[in-house]
Design a protein around this ligand. Sequence first.
Ligand SMILES: C[S@@+](CC[C@H](N)C(=O)[O-])C[C@H]1O[C@@H](n2cnc3c(N)ncnc32)[C@H](O)[C@@H]1O
Length: 407
Amino acid sequence: MTEIDAYNEALKSGQYQKPGGLLGKYDNVRRFWEDEELGLYLRPYLERLVARRKERGERLRMLDLGCGSGDSFEFITSISSQSLISKHNTKVIEPDMVEVYKGIDINEGLLRQAQAIYGGRQNMVFVRSDFNDYDFSSEEPYDLYLANYGTLCHNTDEQTVELLSNIAKHSKDGALIMVDWLGRFSYEWQTLWTKDVEHNQWMDYVISYIYSDSGGKEQPLTHFPLRIMGRQEVLHIYRQAKRKAGGIITLRKLADRSSFVGRHMDTAQYNPHCQPLRRLVNSLFEPDLCTNLDEVLVVYVPRDGFAEVNAYHQRLADCWNYLVTYTKALLEGSKLPEALTEMPQPLSRALSAMKGAVTAAARMKIGNPRASLVEPQLGYCLRELEMGLQRGWGCGHGLVAVFEVVK
Ligand SMILES: C[S@@+](CC[C@H](N)C(=O)[O-])C[C@H]1O[C@@H](n2cnc3c(N)ncnc32)[C@H](O)[C@@H]1O
């Protein structure tokens, strides 16, 4: 299978394991933007689920479909509950709340990596299987089903409908299912945008981004097909799964993740206009490293014939650029930029947060407050901007869906 070869190549490169920072699978954008944003999308539903299970003295059972090296365990147990600055960081799922985490994957190499990281824990199990063939009906139901970072893009729509409806039928009231697909209208693959979504469902994907600045160009890499998804397509799958399951599954959230910071921004492999914004946002998050903010400005090049999608990207780019320019002016003590004709609320909130951060940094005489305080804050504010402006159309690298089982 070509996808097994592709992940094995990535594993062999040595860049597909922890730790991260500026490069590799676990770079800063993965940790502080992507994982956290996924967690923020899920949090309201997860908090409710945890509260309900706690009320009944129950713990959580999790099934991770296409678990790879088991990253979703860390992701899910790292989601912070909303807490005050004075409080110690508290997690929505505390360690003793996990009854069992089971990861399923077809890739032995990745499962070995998962075993090496988590194998010592009694409540964590990894199984080699195709999740479409896996018979979980003989097991106790799970509370949380995860298929993160494009896992379901390996499936046909029929397989996904079947999988979602089986999960819904098998699980208890209140169970959550979190999945994501590659966004159909991500700027990263603008050349693939199409109006004929029926006949153009798959992209030829390559994990080239983890191979340093060269984008893996010096070696032949395995390409494999992945399903790209827009809002209407997800809704279509959802309606079919709901019908098949007898109405017991509800879509709670559909949201874009990683606009302008997806993995293929830096490779420009599918869109020659892409700037290496992931590298630059990685640098924003990196302590003790100053970033040239002029380079963080987005030059959005529209594609004819996609007015709505262009308008979304352009609005995000305008707000993004305003926030960056405003922050730069605050840092330099120069004139603030003229207000935009439209100042959406997420932008106003971000501006006020940056003003606070720069004011606080100016009073600090220790370390490098610009690199370690202001710039990471700018990274978070750009992420908040995306979360506030996104429409769930498939305009980010990922299109995230949270379903709840209602019985
Ligand atoms: C993009 S990776 C995501 C890995 C992991 N979920 C994460 O969050 O990092 C997709 C994973 O799904 C696995 N996979 C794809 N199709 C599968 C299938 N039908 N059954 C089991 N695993 C599958 C691949 O081997 C790979 O580990």
